[in-house]
Design a protein around this ligand. Structure first.
Ligand code: DGY
Length: 419
């Protein structure tokens, strides 16, 4: 354990650029939104001040409309594509124009509650509350224009689960025509068999081009986008962050923020029921452009355990479903059900396991009383990293390390799982 802890700390230090942490060298040389917030959980074990700084840096690049970008391009780097010129968002410090899973509220609550310097933590948390509230408000205004209670993602990259089967049909409807020539960089760092395909990349870029053509006017994108999917995982994260934001605002005497966040969480929870897929026995995505639930048993449909109220009738069913899916792999939790013929043990979010997803699943299990199952997931993650290194993701059938190496969020999760 000491060796693992020391190595995790060394990785966080080598990826620390002072005010933000890169996910890994080469493949991801800038600040990523959800990476940063989750990495802050690890940084908090080393340096509380630095942990708050990580989230503060991200929110220093929040747009005036409340939007928080998925990448902040703090410095030049040629090793990543698509870079700032492709996004063309015209910010003083360039950023992307799409967002990522809003884990900030969840992570900030954890920083605040575990901090030993109570006074500093209270002041810095309180300063971030209106920023997170503005981001959540942005989601509801621009991604749920009909006030259904659930928000849509407009790009697979927003989900954080880039190439999940969840997006296959919706993405197939995006025409790649006119995308032009481009050179990927990801496949020069990582084996192409572990990354999304060229057909997917064409469409990822086509969506960026469509949004760029609209001048990144976020109010106009939902209507215009050919891709809009309501992801139960993404919404669970937003609901949980709203719940945690409400708790923080309550504790720090910000009643208006607390009231609004509690309202968002309640509306989201009520609407989540509409994503229950009886045939799959779990939650599923709703393709808002097609008006139908998506037949795809991904980990996104398991994540609501992280947001359901304790005692909720679906919680026990979902815990059981997680057990079933995990029993089909050697290591928990595969990002897609191995029983699905499309399962691909190597390819990014089409099968491999990710410790950050496991972090949320085990929190959900513990929240609903399944403490042993939660502990087993943490233990397996630690054993995997001890034997195979701090990989970006792992083959759930044999534990093989996949994707980038010396990965910041894997290091942060190891520090989380160690206690
Ligand atoms: C990538 O480039 O692979 C990212 O997931 C997009 O942010």
């Amino acid at each position: 354990d000491d060796r693992l802890r020391a190595e995790a700390i060394a990785i966080l230090r080598e990826n620390d650029l002072g005010a933000y942490t890169i996910p890994t060298k080469g493949l991801y040389p800038f600040q990523w939104n959800w990476d940063s917030c989750l990495v802050a959980l690890g940084l908090a074990r080393i340096d509380e001040d630095r942990a708050f700084r990580e989230i503060e840096t991200l929110f220093a690049h929040q747009w005036e409309d409340g939007f928080v970008p998925h990448i902040v391009f703090h410095a030049d780097a040629q090793s990543y594509f698509p870079g700032p010129d492709v996004w063309d968002t015209r910010r003083a410090t360039p950023t992307s124009g799409i967002t990522q899973p809003p884990v900030a509220g969840f992570c900030l609550r954890r920083l605040y509650e575990t901090a030993s310097d109570r006074e500093a933590a209270a002041a810095r948390t309180k300063a971030l509350l209106p920023r997170i509230a503005a981001w959540h408000r942005w989601f509801h205004a621009t991604r749920d224009p009909e006030a259904t209670g659930l928000v849509a993602i407009l790009h697979p990259w927003e989900s954080g689960r880039d190439n999940s089967m969840d997006w296959d049909e919706a993405l197939a409807r995006v025409s790649p025509e006119g995308v032009g020539e481009y050179v990927r960089r990801d496949t020069s760092h990582v084996d192409a068999a572990q990354r999304p395909t060229k057909a997917e990349y064409d469409r990822y870029l086509r969506l960026v081009q469509i949004f760029r053509g609209l001048g990144w006017d976020h109010g106009a994108l939902h209507e215009a986008s050919p891709f809009k999917v309501v992801d139960p995982g993404f919404n669970a994260i937003l609901i949980r962050s709203a719940e945690d934001l409400a708790a923080l605002a309550e504790a720090l005497d910000e009643p208006a923020i607390a009231e609004e966040a509690a309202r968002h969480a309640a509306a989201g929870r009520a609407a989540l029921e509409g994503l229950w897929h009886e045939g799959l026995g779990q939650y599923a995505c709703f393709d808002r452009a097609a008006g139908a639930l998506v037949e795809s048993a991904s980990i996104g449909g398991l994540l609501p355990l992280f947001a359901l109220e304790p005692g909720h009738a679906r919680a026990a069913v979902l815990a059981k479903r997680i057990e079933t899916v995990c029993a089909r792999a050697r290591h928990p939790v595969p990002s897609h059900d191995p029983a699905d013929p499309r399962f691909d043990r190597l390819r990014y979010w089409r099968g491999p396991l990710w410790l950050v997803a496991n972090r949320m699943i085990l929190d959900g299990l513990a929240r609903h009383g399944h403490v042993d199952a939660a502990t087993a997931i943490a233990r397996d993650g630690l054993a995997l990293v001890a034997r195979r290194g701090f990989a970006e993701y792992f083959d759930p059938l044999d534990g093989r390390p996949l994707g980038g190496g010396r990965f910041s969020w894997t290091a942060a999760m190891v520090l989380e799982f160690l206690d």
